[in-house]
Design a protein around this ligand. Structure first.
Ligand code: SF4
Length: 209
């Protein structure tokens, strides 16, 4: 169990699963590059959070819902939580996250959403079995089941993110396909640093030989 004093941002899990170096650059070194794309994302989230709560039939829609889990050590906000009425006085939360782009090859968005669900479960004492991610580029909603495997992955990601942030050490860059869509590519310089490292290693090797 964590305490109020050592909670980390829930969004850090998404950064961690995408790339540990990106997570450390943002949450350890406080590096943030506002590009056209990240600005668009920020504005989209702000717009979603500003809208008032509303009811549509048996669904109550709340926006910008504060979230916290002492079990995972997380604090954050959900874009939208729909509360589905299943009986007199009984409501089941259904978290929805908005993303600008399209579904990704890894589970980073699903882990972020699952962490939101696990916060809601701890806060409200109910089971949250599913949620959805709405992708702006494809204008499609991806339904996500919070099964055991995703819950395990989310718990692991939270643990590793705490360890990374507490260590204060930023991992070295490893160039991969994900770097092409990384908002911090210009600050991280993965190709340049990796090349410098391999030249340095080569020189160290031939000097020893
Ligand atoms: S550019 Fe690549 S290595 Fe660097 S932070 Fe982004 S994803 Fe990670």
């Amino acid at each position: 169990m964590y305490t109020e004093d050592n909670l980390i941002q829930l969004s850090a899990l998404q950064h961690m699963v995408f790339c540990p170096r990106q997570c450390a650059l943002i949450h350890v070194e406080q590096t943030w590059a506002e590009s056209g794309r990240t600005a668009e994302g920020r504005i989209m989230h702000e717009r979603v959070h500003e809208q008032d709560a509303e009811s549509r039939g048996n669904v109550r829609i709340e926006r910008g819902v504060p979230l916290r889990s002492l079990r995972l050590g997380l604090i954050g906000k959900s874009d939208v939580v729909e509360f589905h009425k299943i009986g007199e006085g009984k409501w089941i939360p259904f978290p929805i996250e908005y993303k600008l782009g399209k579904p990704k090859a890894d589970d980073c968005d699903k882990v972020q959403l699952c962490a939101q669900a696990m916060c809601l479960e701890e806060m409200l004492g109910v089971e949250v079995s599913s949620g959805a991610i709405f992708y702006g580029r494809t204008r499609r909603r991806l339904d996500v089941e919070f099964d055991d495997a995703l819950r395990r992955e989310t718990g692991e990601a939270a643990k590793k993110t705490h360890e990374l942030i507490e260590s204060g050490i930023t991992p070295k860059p490893v160039y991969a396909k994900r770097c092409e869509s990384c908002s911090l590519a210009a600050e991280c310089l993965p190709k340049t640093i990796q090349k410098k490292r391999s030249v340095k290693n080569y020189l160290a090797r031939i000097l020893v030989e």
